[in-house]
Design a protein around this ligand. Structure first.
Ligand code: DGL
Length: 241
């Protein structure tokens, strides 16, 4: 079984890509909405939270873990890899994809405060810097998406993103953001989006073959830490869209 986690339903955007390419495995998705948002938590808080989740997933039988959260990946991946023997795949903002595909284009990177301030992201940014990039901390946005507050999301985007009209590339550096691509385009126009899910799928395929994980009876189990019934409904809705 493969375990996937995020601070809520954002990671489903990654999970959908995984399922498209690797449908014949068993998956356990852990939505940690009790601790959402992760974006403004300290390193120590996040390490404790994510260590408990990985423990839970391993005890449930997971042989590979996918961190489908940019914030947790950027801040905790080294810590988690030092604590556990199972392979841990970590998403990262797809800034390198801009470098590979549209290097000179004006670029906007949207992510949480935790991700943008992390050492991991700063390394990535300086390595692939196109000197035409704006980094923008979307404080509170993942939380609004988690709660599905559509009107507030529209107002938030108008207020915070309107001044960036004219950018060509938008890096969605939080796994919640692909859920509002349409609304972002309503403010920024016809931009190119980049997100880290393709990188995760590529790594997962490699790790599956390295650990010789056999194809299994396909199954999906959903767990939410706050036990709110609408979380499961939303999970299946997003997965089926
Ligand atoms: N989905 C998350 C990410 O990719 C976490 C957002 C949050 O909980 O603040 O960063």
């Amino acid at each position: 079984m493969i375990g996937i986690f995020d601070s809520g339903i954002g990671g489903v955007t990654v999970f959908k890509e995984i399922l498209r390419e690797l449908p014949n495995y068993s998956y356990l998705y852990y939505s940690d909405s009790k601790n959402n948002p992760y974006g403004d938590k300290t390193k120590e808080e996040l390490e404790k939270i994510t260590e408990n989740i990985v423990n839970y997933l391993i005890n449930a039988g997971c042989k590979i873990i996918v961190i489908a959260c940019n914030t947790a990946s950027a801040i905790c991946k080294d810590y988690l890899r030092s604590k556990f023997d199972v392979p841990i795949i970590a998403i990262e903002p797809a800034y390198k994809m801009v470098y590979d595909t549209n290097f000179s284009g004006k670029t906007l990177v949207l992510a949480t405060k935790g991700t943008l301030e992390s050492e991991k992201f700063q390394e990535l940014y300086h390595k692939y810097d196109n000197h035409n990039t704006i980094l923008y901390e979307c404080v509170g946005l993942a939380d609004l998406i988690e709660q599905n507050k559509m009107q507030e999301i529209d107002l938030y985007l108008k207020k915070h993103l309107s001044s960036f009209k004219g950018v060509e590339n938008v890096v969605l550096g939080c796994t919640h953001y692909p859920l509002i691509k349409k609304q972002i385009r309503e403010v920024l126009g016809d931009v190119f989006f980049y997100d880290g899910s393709f990188g995760v799928v590529r790594q997962l395929k490699r790790v599956i073959s390295e650990v010789s994980l056999k194809e299994e009876k396909a199954s999906i189990t959903f767990f939410d830490s706050s036990s709110l019934p609408y979380k499961a409904t939303r999970f299946w809705e997003i997965l089926e869209q």
